[in-house]
Design a protein around this ligand. Structure first.
Ligand code: NDP
Ligand code: HEM
Length: 500
């Protein structure tokens, strides 16, 4: 007899038989009182929860943030004090594909981070790009609809994508990055992460600074061409999972250099661009990145569903010393994520172990479905309302951020008025070497293949406004695709790699 653990029911009683259902006679039928069979089937019917409405396919791991620089004059956040080490969770993702999508599709990658700080959870829910497709949250659901399946054909629709993009010139910066090499990294360790939005830092003196967060890969950028990615997908749809999980299992821990760009509060009125516009970067020459520390991933989750699928990242999770900014996209996200979590995971999603802060939690929320923390979170059975005279948890004014200076009349302002949607895209285009440009043109031509002429021409006007070479390059690549010109050679090797 081997010493084996006894199988029990969920109520703890030993299970006498897990092979044969309880039947009337050896040939059946099954008795209604075979509750364990019913329980097993019913439980299985509830194994799936709604997938994330965006960023459904993802890969995650735990790690550490170590602060090596000193930016304490900008922020009182304990997570940024010199020498501080903070445990954290990362989840990378694609945006449009469903849970079963291939990992190696051209798409923006999510770069979501949860820091379990000594002052509560701080989540930075960014992407591998420093900008975004739209600058007003009103347009986010419309944009996402163009990335998802057509209601009738149930197929992805390039026509919808380019129709929307060509009518939304603010998307051009992100579209250019998406169609460039960085739109298809070989795995999550070979890409940068960006907080993308402008956030704020505030210090003990109550001074506010605007801040952007950057995570620079220490493994180096590496990407697939579309053709290479197709070959990978033909063999496996789980390439990113295999790479991230495999590397960490082997002890090859990926890391990123953490940097911030800092803008004094009053500079915001002086820049030629709106520093709170999510379709813009802050040029490095104006606001140089400052090294702050290192992010390392070094532990795989034990259970994917419990720890990665149930992870709830939200821009609403901030800590003293870190604040929002007037970026209107950011405000919408502050609402949207926790709302998604209540729907996807339930009212008490923050009690799920992966989401639990690593500090004591005291609040006056009560009851509700799946309240698994038991009793009250106030530590006192009589403290179930506030204010009270029974010494229940009380607010801490030191966590109050300085006033946000805003002005202006309430209105629906046209976000396109006075906005240059082309200058920063031109700066990016000019950074690309000849190989990068060729691949950009080829990727765009492939993505536009088959869309109506009118939409194609509308988009060409935008490329032309960035640079005549941009428009000419895409037109030439389209002609190649249609077989009207000989093919150009496209490889994923940079000139340096080719020389090695
Ligand atoms: P800089 O030359 O000072 O900065 C260039 C930045 O662009 C670096 O962060 C670099 O990232 C990144 N970059 C370099 N090559 C590529 C590439 N082939 N594809 C995508 N990104 C690349 O100039 P600016 O700060 O004035 O920015 C110029 C343009 O660079 C911007 O308009 C924007 O499109 C892009 N960019 C700017 C960033 C910023 O925060 N200022 C961040 C990322 C991109 P890395 O060091 O990782 O190679
Ligand atoms: C996921 C909304 C813009 C990055 C999500 C989810 C929602 C959402 C509802 C699913 C959350 C969940 O179920 O857990 C929005 C809205 C936006 C917006 C309303 C604009 C108004 C952005 C931007 C970025 C971003 C600008 C990056 C800079 C992500 C990431 C995830 C995500 C990384 C996946 C998080 C994870 O790994 O769990 N978004 N989003 N989103 N979003 Fe956004």
């Amino acid at each position: 007899m081997t010493d084996r653990t006894t199988l029990t029911t969920t109520a703890g009683a030993p299970v006498p038989d897990n092979q044969n259902s309880w039947t009337a006679g050896s040939r059946g039928p099954v008795l209604l009182q075979d509750y364990q069979l019913i329980e097993k089937l019913a439980h299985q019917n509830r194994e799936r929860i709604p997938e994330r409405v965006v960023h459904a396919k993802g890969w995650g791991a735990y790690g550490t943030l170590t602060i090596t620089g000193d930016i304490s004059k900008y922020t009182k956040a304990k997570v940024f004090q010199p020498g501080t080490q903070t445990p954290m969770l990362a989840r990378f993702s694609t945006v449009a594909g469903e849970q079963g999508a291939s990992d190696t599709e051209r798409d923006v990658r999510g770069f979501a981070l949860k820091f379990y700080t000594s002052e509560g959870n701080w989540d930075l829910v960014g992407n591998n790009t420093p900008v975004f497709f739209v600058r007003d949250a009103y347009k986010f659901p419309d944009f996402i609809h163009t990335q998802k399946r057509h209601p009738k054909t149930n197929l992805r629709s390039p026509t919808a994508m380019w129709d929307f993009w060509s009518l939304s010139p603010e998307s051009l910066h992100q579209v250019t990055i998406l169609m460039s090499d960085r739109g298809l990294p070989v795995d999550p360790t070979r890409m940068n992460g960006y907080g993308s939005h402008t956030f704020s830092f505030w210090n003990d003196a109550g001074e506010r600074y605007w801040v952007k967060f950057h995570f620079k890969t220490r493994q180096g950028h590496k990407f697939f061409t579309n053709e290479e990615a197709d070959q990978v997908t033909a063999k496996t749809r789980e390439h990113y999972q295999e790479q991230l999980f495999g590397k960490i299992e082997k002890g090859e821990f990926p890391s990123w250099t953490v940097q911030v760009q800092i803008m004094p509060e009053l500079d915001a009125g002086k820049t030629s661009y709106n520093p709170f516009d999510l379709t813009k970067v802050w040029p490095h020459a104006e606001y140089p990145p400052i090294d702050v520390g290192v992010l390392e991933l070094n532990r795989n989750p034990e259970n994917y569903f419990a720890e990665i699928e149930q992870a709830a990242f939200s821009p609403s999770n901030i800590v003293p010393g870190i604040g929002y900014s007037p970026d209107k996209m950011l405000q919408a996200r502050v609402f949207s994520y926790a709302d998604a979590h209540r729907y996807r995971l339930g009212t008490h999603y923050e009690s799920i172990p992966v989401n639990q802060p690593r500090v004591p939690v005291h609040h006056y929320h009560r009851d509700g479905q799946m309240n698994v923390y038991g009793g009250l979170k106030t530590g006192n059975p009589n403290a179930y309302y506030e204010p009270n005279s029974v010494n229940g948890p009380f607010e801490d004014k030191s966590a109050q951020e300085p006033p946000l200076r805003i002005h202006g009349d309430a209105d629906r302002y046209n976000h396109r008025d006075g906005n240059d949607d082309y200058g920063q895209v031109r700066a990016l285009f000019n950074l690309f070497d000849e190989g990068e440009k060729k691949r950009l043109f080829a990727n765009i031509a492939a993505a536009m293949s088959g869309i109506p002429e009118e939409i194609y021409e509308r988009q060409m006007v935008h490329f032309g406004r960035v640079h005549p070479d941009y428009e000419a390059g895409v037109r030439a690549a389209s002609r190649v695709l249609e077989g009207r010109e000989p093919a150009i050679s496209v490889t994923s090797e940079t000139p340096q790699q080719a020389a090695e």
